[in-house]
Design a protein. Structure first.
Length: 91
């Protein structure tokens, strides 16, 4: 017995602590990836909005919807160029 805590309780607390550390380490990567996607999607939405503001003078715009925002958010500049080519060649 150490400081009024039995060895069994101490071992149980250590296992719970180790499990919590491992659990947080496993969840940290997906949360970090999700936050990065969210940040990039916000930047992508601003880029599409800016392009639409400038593109109205030549009657060319990209739809501002969740699909296009996530495309630009996930792929970055190549995703933006992909949307431009799709809009130009398909519509």
């Amino acid at each position: 017995m150490i400081m009024g805590i039995s060895y069994e309780s101490l071992i149980a607390y250590l296992f719970i602590f180790m499990f919590a550390i491992i659990f947080m380490a496993v969840l940290a990567s997906p949360i970090k990836w999700l936050l990065k996607l969210l940040f990039n999607s916000a930047i992508g939405a601003m880029a599409i909005l800016l392009f639409n503001l400038l593109g109205r003078y030549i009657n060319f715009s990209i739809g501002l919807n969740p699909g296009s925002i996530l495309t630009v958010g996930a792929l970055g500049i190549p995703g933006f160029i992909l949307l431009l080519f799709l809009k130009f060649y398909l519509f």
